[in-house]
Design a protein around this ligand. Structure first.
Ligand SMILES: [Fe+2]
Length: 360
């Protein structure tokens, strides 16, 4: 069971967030290029289902370099110990979105409907262009059908689960895809709609206070982390290797943390006490960002855990709607011991890696 979760909070701490302004001309340039590509390739159901169409990806790979230097500069990894950056903002009007879909399947289907008046497909391309400026966008075969851009919307029947489809439950702080050795280095969340200013919570391991003994204990491989419910169920029956909660990259602390999917009751008392202390510290240093439409949140997934405060879904087409992209950074290093992990059979969809490989 989850013992350490954030208490509900709706306090915002904008001054603690690193903010980067995207000049209006730069934001407009991204949307114009994305619209151009959207008109050239589609939309079609086949392309919008996964966004893995080779022609679409080729356009993104060849043209993201044309974007203004301001865009590339804004999309670099978060630069402060907080490990998170708000980038504002893309030009975006509410009426161009159409209705918020009810789930990720509907979002993908609607994005591929040529007659539907919604910029969802062009915004998928916008997100891929921006993510490609930051690093290498990728998806997961087992998540949202392998789509390279995930849609995060509250979904009927999933209100209380620990996944992005939930709403009334607090989404407790976690590393994205903590169970997998190929988890993202950066997460990009693009806000399309957030009428109730629902906050995304972020806590950096580089701001917590731990004793040397606690650090040492949490750096040992003690417990496994299982895949979250968005990948399905049945994983507790698979072999599950223990992983380290804390790591280091270039001498600085990194974090791999997902208490909702960690069998904490199996831990020894010393580990459990250190883990609980870490959870309390992550709560202490937690900051909340309520994204506005057109704003992007870049989250350093090696440094920061993220969550979301509870909210009441509307289910009337005006709900909170985010687009999410996983990003790999070539310069990042993870502990060598992770290379032996199988990731519970979950496979990445990494077409940009292949494109770049073919060009070398
Ligand atoms: Fe998440």
């Amino acid at each position: 069971m989850v013992k350490s979760v954030l208490s509900e909070r709706k306090t915002f701490h904008p001054s603690e967030l690193e903010r980067r302004e995207l000049p209006p001309a730069a934001g407009a340039a991204v949307r114009t290029l994305a619209n151009e590509i959207a008109v050239t390739v589609g939309p079609s159901r086949a392309i919008a289902t996964t966004l893995g169409d080779p022609e679409l990806l080729e356009h993104i790979e060849t043209r993201y370099t044309e974007l203004p230097e301001d865009v590339h500069h804004a999309m670099r990894a978060p630069a402060t110990a907080a490990g998170v950056t708000v980038i504002g903002r893309l030009p975006l009007g509410d009426t161009e979105l159409g209705q918020t879909p009810m789930d990720w399947r509907q979002a993908a289907a609607w994005a591929g409907e040529p007659g539907r008046t919604s910029s969802s497909f062009a915004l998928d391309i916008t997100m891929l262009l921006l993510a490609r400026c930051a690093g290498e966008p990728f998806g997961w075969q087992g998540q949202q059908g392998g789509r390279l851009v995930n849609n995060i919307v509250p979904t009927p029947g999933h209100e209380r689960e620990q996944s992005g489809a939930s709403s009334t439950a607090l989404l407790s702080p976690h590393t994205e895809d903590a169970f997998h050795p190929l988890r993202a280095n950066l997460l990009m969340l693009g806000c399309l709609r957030n009428p109730d200013l629902v906050g995304t919570t972020v806590s950096s391991v580089r701001r917590v206070e731990l004793t040397a003994a606690q650090r040492d204990r949490l750096s040992r491989r003690e417990l496994p982390i299982l895949p979250d419910v968005s990948y399905g169920t049945g994983f507790p029956n698979q072999p599950s290797p223990p992983v380290a909660t804390l790591g280091r990259d270039q001498g600085q602390l990194t974090l791999r943390f997902d208490p909702a999917y960690t069998p904490l009751d199996d831990a020894g008392p010393e580990f459990r006490s250190a883990y609980d202390h870490l959870a309390e510290e992550l709560e202490r240093v937690c900051i909340t960002a309520a994204l506005a439409p057109g704003e992007l949140l870049l989250v350093d997934n090696d440094v920061v855990v993220h969550g979301r405060v509870p909210f009441t879904p509307r289910y009337n087409g005006t709900d909170r709607w985010l687009k999410r992209v996983n990003i790999r950074l070539a310069q990042r290093h993870r502990d060598a011991s992770e290379a032996a992990e199988t990731g519970y059979g979950q496979r990445v969809v990494a077409p940009f890696h292949t494109i770049r490989g073919n060009r070398r």
